[in-house]
Design a protein around this ligand. Structure first.
Ligand code: SF4
Ligand code: SF4
Ligand code: FES
Length: 462
């Protein structure tokens, strides 16, 4: 890649030849306000917020439609450019409602941020003169539109026309009557529709699932990996522990990873956090009766001593570290080990973009550790299941299950383990990319991670 030199606010930068100026500014951490440009959607040039001064040009230029050239001198700060931004902002806000105190986007709204940076004026508009639009339009797919808050940046419409190519959204009418709407007879309905919520720079598009659940400044984002399928989209887990309450996940958001999911994720993955918080296994059980963790360890140990033929079954969603610990444990006790993967395959789920038909996060981890998908024998004395969802056809005299959720399958002995958001670990996605996922939430006090259970069980063995 050939590099050229440009001067931005009196500092010299080496940048790729023919790069888009707005990309250069963003990549170098130089403050530039913008609404309509988005790395995944490209330029549209409609908001005019990204104005900069360029030496030799009479008027300010938009950075999202300017390519850099060698020796270019750019100014992003100063009285003149700030006054241009202030005027454009005033134009954007002419008909904007005074909604910030009740708006769900407060705290992550570009209009709010830019007003604080460049606006700070008293509006010359009389409140009664503002043009009003519809305040609560259910677009479908969990997306609510407030037409008055829209700055007509066209990110949402470009997403449905250029990315998903489903074309449900458009901008109709002219001037101050222009507004976003669904096309006649259509609802917003595609498996990636909720991405328009993240794309919308203001509070015009909000999530039915998240709106009014939490103020965003109370949320802690933890970097993680979605386990909805084998793609391994990078996400933020936004969670909060309120006084006297459990630490709770309120939403998943896509985290940029250009090699995997770009800026986006699917709606099913986005909403999958609800499953992490419902129907959880939080207690050890023996024949459906509650027992203490220590009693579980003793009962488990007794059964292991009595059994000759032992089968260990492994869930294809476990972290690589857990799988490796289970493989080592199987060797120690002389057990067979298998992970049938056919039950994770759902052809109707996969598509040609992100969604993968294997609905498990670490199928390649099993291959990496050479864990076979075939069960070697017909009948076992003892089955030890590490959270695999389907063991109904396995014949065993006694069964033990380490599980995250309560299951309809009967197991004689049960121990609770954390879900993926409650521990750290490594996954290998369907394209062979190894990724690390962080712990967001503390697990329930009686829940031990698999490695800890195995350690405690082996301690008894000694
Ligand atoms: S709804 Fe949001 S994303 Fe769509 S045009 Fe309006 S401001 Fe832009
Ligand atoms: S495509 Fe798969 S990994 Fe990505 S968000 Fe959807 S379910 Fe999660
Ligand atoms: S970001 Fe450049 S015109 Fe909108």
């Amino acid at each position: 890649m050939s590099l050229i030199t440009v001067a931005i606010d009196d500092i010299h930068y080496k940048v790729p030849k023919d790069a888009l100026l707005i990309d250069v500014l963003i990549e170098n951490g130089i403050d530039i306000p913008y609404f309509c440009y988005h790395e995944a959607l490209g330029s549209d040039g409609n908001c005019r917020m990204c104005m900069v001064e360029i030496e030799g040009k009479k008027r300010p230029q938009i950075a999202c439609d300017t390519f850099v050239c060698d020796g270019m001198t750019i100014r992003t700060k100063g009285e003149k450019i700030n006054s241009v931004r202030k005027k454009i902002l005033e134009l954007e806000l002419i008909n904007h409602p005074i909604d910030c105190p009740i708006c769900d986007q407060a705290g992550e709204c570009k209009l709010q941020d830019f007003y604080m940076d460049y606006g700070l004026y008293d509006s010359s508009m009389n409140k009664e003169q503002k043009v009003t639009h519809k305040k609560h339009v259910d677009l479908g797919s969990n997306v609510i539109l407030d037409q008055e808050r829209c700055v007509l940046c066209a990110r949402c419409t470009r997403f449905t026309s250029n990315i998903t190519k489903t074309g449900e959204l458009g901008i109709v009418s002219r001037a101050d009557h222009a507004c976003v709407t669904t096309m006649p007879g259509k609802k917003l309905s595609n498996p990636y529709a909720m991405n328009v919520i993240d794309l919308c720079p203001v509070g015009a598009l909000t999530s039915k699932d998240f709106r009014f659940a939490q103020r965003v400044w109370f949320l802690t984002p933890t970097e993680s990996i979605c386990q909805g399928c084998a793609k391994g989209c990078n996400i933020y887990i936004d969670h909060n522990k309120q006084k006297y309450q459990e630490d709770t996940i309120y939403r998943f958001r896509p985290r940029i990873n250009k090699k995997i999911n770009g800026h986006f994720m699917c709606d099913e993955g986005r909403l999958s956090f609800h499953q992490l918080q419902t129907n959880r296994q939080e207690q050890c059980l023996l024949d459906q009766n509650k027992i203490e963790n220590q009693e579980f360890i003793i009962a488990f140990h007794e059964k292991m001593k009595q059994a000759d033929e032992i089968l260990i079954v492994v869930d294809a969603n476990l972290y690589l570290e857990d799988m490796a610990a289970i493989v080592a444990f199987a060797k120690t006790i002389g057990a067979d080990i298998a992970a049938p993967t056919q039950c994770y395959y759902d052809e109707s789920f996969g598509d040609h973009w992100l969604k993968n038909s294997y609905r498990c996060a670490n199928k390649n981890g099993l291959d990496d550790l050479e864990i076979s998908s075939k069960i070697p024998k017909q009948q076992y004395d003892l089955l030890i299941n590490f959270n695999h969802p389907n063991t109904q056809e396995i014949q065993a005299s006694f069964s033990v299950s380490f599980q995250t959720h309560q299951q309809s399958t009967h197991y004689d002995l049960i121990a609770p383990i954390p879900v993926y958001s409650e521990q750290n670990g490594t996954l290998i996605n369907i394209d062979g990319i190894k990724q690390y996922s962080n712990k967001a939430i503390e697990p329930h006090e009686s829940t031990f991670p698999i490695r800890q259970w195995l350690h405690k069980i082996q301690e008894v063995n000694l």
